[in-house]
Design a protein around this ligand. Structure first.
Ligand code: ZN
Ligand code: ZN
Length: 267
């Protein structure tokens, strides 16, 4: 099964390898680049994104961004159009003005905090807090789908709740169904994320049964490695190859052109 990896970082944001190094690893297995937007002061404007696109595309790379849903500054439609694809992802929500970051949970899910229980679990013990985090997450996703027309939802079920244990128990079924429906109705591919190992199998099976599209994302920050978890997740959930994006937009570019290449538009 040929899997195109859309979600790869470089040293233009928090990745450790250069665009040139990424252009080399494409020869080992197909992938694009998709750095965080925004990132520090050098990656905040339309011009910054267009320069990044230009630099990466000149090396032969497919180029996206990982747009920080809910907090990133707006980009012009023409900038979004110029990219080969756009990943939208939620990395925090705000409750009563207080930032709830997902980064510690992310490090835990990636195995970077060692074994043992999630150390911030007590912060999410309240069902009311969990419910509000999930509502705010959905709101950010819906906004990204409607306003930005994102192509891919990055690490869809990654929130601190995923770090608490069984995600199919932690995420109410109706919340999972609403998230899937936003993606399905909006033509947004659900990312199978190698680093965070999300979404869980039952979620992927539900999304498959609803006719959702999918996308592969290793979320690599260092060397490109094998997609072992991703391949297992795809196999176990029975996802068909023709439902996966292949380095391009879901619906082809917003303006027709030679760039129109994706599993969805060619099948
Ligand atoms: Zn992310
Ligand atoms: Zn990422």
């Amino acid at each position: 099964m040929r899997l195109f990896d859309h979600h790869v970082h470089t040293d233009r944001s928090d990745g450790r390898l250069s665009l040139a190094a990424r252009a080399e690893s494409v020869k080992r297995r197909p992938h694009g680049v998709s750095d965080h937007f925004p990132y520090h002061e050098g990656f905040r404007t339309d011009d910054d994104v267009l320069r990044y696109l230009d630099d990466a595309a000149r090396l032969g790379l497919r180029v996206g961004i990982e747009y920080d849903l809910g907090v990133a500054p707006p980009l012009r439609p023409s900038t979004l159009d110029a990219l080969h694809y756009v990943i939208g992802a939620v990395h925090q929500v705000f409750l009563d003005g207080r930032r709830i970051g997902f980064d510690v949970a992310g490090a835990y899910l990636k195995g970077q905090l060692g074994s043992g229980p999630f150390r911030d679990a007590a912060l999410f013990a309240s069902e009311e807090v969990r419910r509000r985090i999930l509502e705010e997450t959905l709101r950010a996703v819906r906004d990204g789908v409607e306003r930005l027309d994102v192509d891919i939802l990055g690490h869809p079920t990654f929130t601190p709740i995923a770090a608490l244990g069984d995600p199919d128990a932690g995420y109410p079924l109706e919340w999972q169904e609403r998230l899937i429906e936003i993606c399905r109705a909006g033509g947004v591919a659900i990312e199978v994320n190698e680093s965070y190992r999300v979404p869980h199998r039952a979620f992927l099976e539900r999304a498959r049964d609803r006719g959702a599209l999918f996308s592969v994302g290793s979320d690599s920050h260092g060397e490109i490695g094998p997609l072992r978890r991703t391949e297992a997740m795809i196999r176990e959930a029975g996802l068909a190859q023709d439902r996966f994006l292949d380095g391009g937009r879901v619906r082809g570019p917003r303006h027709d052109g030679p760039d129109a290449r994706s599993a969805a538009s060619s099948s």
